[in-house]
Ligand binder design. Sequence first.
Ligand code: FES
Ligand SMILES: [Fe+2]
Length: 443
Amino acid sequence: MNVHSKTVAPQVAGGVVPALNYISADFLREEAELLWPRVWQMACREEEIARVGDFYTYDILDQSIIVVRAEEDLIKAYYNVCPHRGRTLTEGCGHTARLFCKYHGWQWKLTGENSRVIDRHEWGADLTDEDIALKEVKVDRWGGWVYINMDPDSISLEEHLAPAKMFLDPYDLGGLRYHWRKSTILPCNWKVALEAFNEGYHVQTTHNQMLRYMDDITRSYAHGRHAHFGYWEALPSGSKSRRLTNGEPTEDIRPGLLDYMEDMAATLNAGSSVQTVHAARRVMQEVPPGTPPMEVLQKFGQFIFEYCASQGAQFPAITPEQMYKAGIDWHLFPNQIMLQGPTGLLGYRARPNGMDPDSCIWDVYSLQRYAPGKEPKVEQEWSMDHEDVGFWGKILTQDYQNMAAVQKGMKSRGFTGARPNPLQEVAISNFHKSLVEFMDEGR
Ligand code: FES
Ligand SMILES: [Fe+2]
C-alpha cells in the first residue's frame, strides 16, 4: 500500500547534514532567534492542567511561559513576567486562584487582567489596564497536548499539524493518560537526541537483541515538515529479522510475537505493554501452530481490543488500514516524537539546555488508555544516571550510550556532516531541510 497521500511532500533524498548544525553555538543562536520564537511547540498535556487554576510553566531557552486553565474549557498562555519590574511569576506547576507577583504583590485574574496594583493611584493616568495585563502567548490544543506559539502572526496549529493529523487523529490520542514520565539532561545537541528516536535503522546494532523477534527494515516518509517511519516492507511482527535468516520468512510467528511483547514490556514498559502481552499470551494458547502470519496478527489485534473492552477502556474507532498507513513513529516538527498505538503511546521531547549546543533537556513519557476514573496520578521523575537500567529500562539506556559519543564524534576534523539513509532515515533529512527553510522564512 502506498503510504503517500496528496498532502505528502516528495521523499527527501539523503543529502548531507552539516556537522555545524549540531555543534555550533552560532547555529543554536540562530535557532533561538528564528525557530523557537516562531514555531508551535508542545508545552504540556491537558491532564497536567485539568482543573481551573492549574498552571504549568513551560521554559524554552531564556523564555518562560505560563500555561493556565483559566476557565473550564479555556486554556490561556502568558509570558511569565510581571509587567511591574520583571519578576517571573510562576515556577514548575501548581494550582492557584489568581496569579501573583512575590516582589510587590501585583495580582492577575486567570484570564490575564490585572486585579491588584498596590498604590495604583500613585501612577495616575500613566498606568493603563493594557500596560498591566499579562502579555498573551498563542495557545491551542491537539491530541490531549497543549501547544504554544510566541509568534502572533504564525499559521494556526491546525495548519501546522495538518499533514500529520490526518494520520494520527483516528488514534484518539486525547483519550490517553500518563502512565509514567521521566526527564533528564542528555549530553548532546537537542537534534542528536531526537534523531535517535525518529528512525528505526539503528535497531540492528543498538538494540540487536530485538532481531530475534522482529524484521527491522523500515521505510520513512516526509509529510510536510513532519515525517514518519514504519515496517511496511518488513516481515510480520514476530518474525526473525531477515538479517538473521538470509531473507527466509518465519513460519510460525506466534512464539516470536510473545517474545517481542514480553521483551518490550520488560525493557521499555511503554503504555501498550499490558494489553499486548496479554493478547500475545492468548495467541499462544488459542491460535493453532501453522496459522498464516496475517491471521495470527488479526487475532492478536482482536485480543487487544477484547482486553481493552474487558477493562472498560474505550478502544478508538480506528481501522487496520488507518493503523497500517500511520506507521509506528512520528516526528512532529520541530521537537516532538511519538510511537503511537491504539492503546498506548511512547512520547519524546528535546529542548536546548540554555545556550549550550552540547546538551539538551530530554523528556520521555508513556501514555495509556485507561477506564474512566482508573487513571493513575503520575509524577515526573528525574535521573541523571543514563546507565541506570532500573530507572530507564534496557532500551533507553542502549539509546543513551550513543548520545555523548555522537556529540563528540561530530566535532572531529574528519567529520563534515551526517549522511542519513535515503530510505530509512528520511525523518532526519526532512527535519533539517524543514528547519533551515523555516528559519530562512523568518529572516
Ligand atoms: S516586580 Fe512584580 S510586583 Fe513588582
Ligand atoms: Fe533506539
